[in-house]
Design a protein around this ligand. Structure first.
Ligand code: ZN
Length: 378
C-alpha cells in the first residue's frame, strides 16, 4: 500500500517536473523528485512529534514571567491566552545581544546542530552601530530570527540597517537576509554561491528542521553584491574591510570582515571554538591558510561563526585542530593506511570533549583523507 502511494507520488512529480522544467537534466529531475518523496515521508513520520512540541511550547510559555492570575487564566483557556500560546504565534528565540566591543553586539548561538528546540539559533550574528545605521554580520536561520534580533537591537539604538554581509553559503548564516531587505532595503553582500546555488522556493536544511512557526515567512532572495576581491565599506564614521578568501577554506567562497581601527574581526566559520567544525564543504589546506591570514591581522576581538570565545585565544582551537588533522593524516598516508581504516586510525582525542565531536570528527577525517591523499599523489 505504502509502496503504491510512493510510486504514484514519484510518477506524478516526475510528470510535473518534466513539464515544468524542460531544461533540467535527468539527474536533476530525479534529485528533486527524491527530495519530494523524502519530504512526504518525513511529514508523515513527524506528525506525532510535532504534537508533543506544541504541548511543550505551551507549558514553557505559561511558566515564565507570568502572574498567578495569568497562569490560571491560561489554564482555563481564555481566548486571549489561547491565541498567545497557539502554534501560530511566532517561535520566540529569546534573543539577548551581548556587547563584545564598543558599538559591537553579538547574538551567540548554541554549540549544537540545528534542532526543533533551538530553531536554528546555533550560529553567531553581530551588529555594529555607526552614526548612520547598523552594519550586520550574518543574519541567522530565519526571517523570524532576524526580526527578533533587530527588535532587540532597536532598544539599544533605533537605527536602520544599511549593510549586511554573509560569511558563507550555509543557510544557518543568511536566511534572515529577506528581513533586512524588506524592512530597510539594506545592501546585501556575500558569497556568489548564495546566488548561484539557491533560488526562491528552494527548501534548504533549515526548512526541514525548524518548527513551522520559526521558518514560516522566510524567503530566499538574491544578494546585491558578491565580491571576489577585498574592498572597504566606509559609513557612519566606521570602516569595514570585506575580505573574500581566494581559496576554498570552510566553503568555496568564504568572506570575513575586519575593522582595522576598532581591531575587531568577524571570522564566520573560518574560525569556531567550543565545538568541532564541519569540513564537508571545506579544505584542510585552505582552512590553514585562512587561519594564518587571520592570525596576521591585528585584532583584539574576534567573533567566530560558532563559539563563545572572542578574546586573544579565540583562534587557538581551530588552528590546533587543522594542524593536528593535517599532521596525522599525512603520517597515516606515509604508513599506507587506506580510506577504509582511516577514521579508526586517525582520531583527535584532544578535542573529544568539544561539542559535536562524535557527530563530525570522523567525517572530517574522511574528507581530509580524500583531500590530502590527492595532494600526496601530485
Ligand atoms: Zn555555520
Amino acid at each position: 500500500m505504502k509502496k503504491t502511494v510512493l510510486i504514484s507520488i514519484v510518477t506524478a512529480s516526475l510528470l510535473t517536473v518534466v513539464s515544468a522544467n524542460e531544461e533540467k537534466s535527468v539527474p536533476q529531475i530525479l534529485n528533486s523528485t527524491l527530495k519530494k518523496v523524502e519530504a512526504v515521508a518525513k511529514n508523515t513520520s513527524t506528525k506525532a512529534s510535532k504534537e508533543s512540541v506544541k504541548i511543550d511550547t505551551k507549558v514553557s510559555s505559561i511558566g515564565e514571567d507570568k502572574s498567578v492570575g495569568d497562569i490560571i487564566k491560561a489554564s482555563l483557556g481564555s481566548s486571549k491566552s489561547v491565541d498567545k500560546n497557539s502554534s501560530n504565534a511566532p517561535f520566540d528565540y529569546k534573543l539577548k545581544p551581548k556587547k563584545v566591543a564598543d558599538n559591537v553586539w553579538c547574538f551567540f548561538g548554541a554549540l549544537d546542530k540545528p534542532t526543533k528546540e533551538n530553531a536554528g539559533n546555533m550560529a553567531n550574528n553581530c551588529y555594529v552601530k555607526t552614526n548612520d545605521g547598523y552594519f550586520v554580520m550574518d543574519t541567522g536561520p530565519s526571517y523570524q530570527f532576524a526580526k527578533q534580533a533587530y527588535s532587540a537591537m532597536k532598544k539599544i539604538a533605533n537605527l536602520p540597517v544599511k549593510y549586511v554581509v554573509n560569511s558563507h553559503n550555509h543557510d544557518d548564516h543568511w536566511l534572515g537576509n529577506d528581513f533586512y531587505k524588506k524592512e530597510f532595503n539594506a545592501t546585501l553582500i556575500g558569497p556568489e554561491t548564495i546566488n548561484t546555488n539557491y533560488k526562491e522556493g528552494d527548501k534548504t536544511r533549515m526548512y526541514n528542521v525548524l518548527p513551522k512557526n520559526a521558518i514560516e515567512g522566510t524567503h530566499i532572495i538574491k544578494l546585491d553584491k558578491t565580491p571576489k576581491k577585498p574592498f572597504t565599506i566606509s559609513f557612519g564614521g566606521k570602516e569595514f574591510k570585506i575580505i573574500p578568501m581566494a581559496v576554498k577554506a570552510h566553503t568555496i567562497d568564504d568572506i570575513f570582515v575586519y575593522m582595522p581601527k576598532e581591531k575587531v574581526l568577524f571570522a564566520g566559520d573560518l574560525v569556531m571554538n567550543g565545538r568541532i567544525t564541519s569540513n564537508r564543504d571545506g579544505s584542510v589546506m585552505g582552512q590553514i591558510k585562512a587561519i594564518d591570514m587571520i592570525d596576521k591581522l591585528d585584532w583584539k576581538v574576534l567573533v567566530p561563526g560558532h563559539g563563545l570565545i572572542t578574546g586573544k585565544n579565540a583562534v587557538d582551537e581551530a588552528r590546533l585542530y587543522f594542524k593536528l588533522l593535517k599532521e596525522r593524516i599525512l603520517k597515516a598516508l606515509d604508513n599506507d593506511v587506506d580510506s577504509t581504516e582511516i577514521t579508526e586510525k586517525v582520531t583527535l582525542p584532544e578535542f573529544k570533549d568539544k561539542a559535536m565531536y562524535d557527530i563530525l570528527n570522523a567525517q572530517n577525517v574522511g574528507y581530509a583523507f580524500d583531500e590530502l591523499e590527492m595532494l600526496d599523489d601530485e
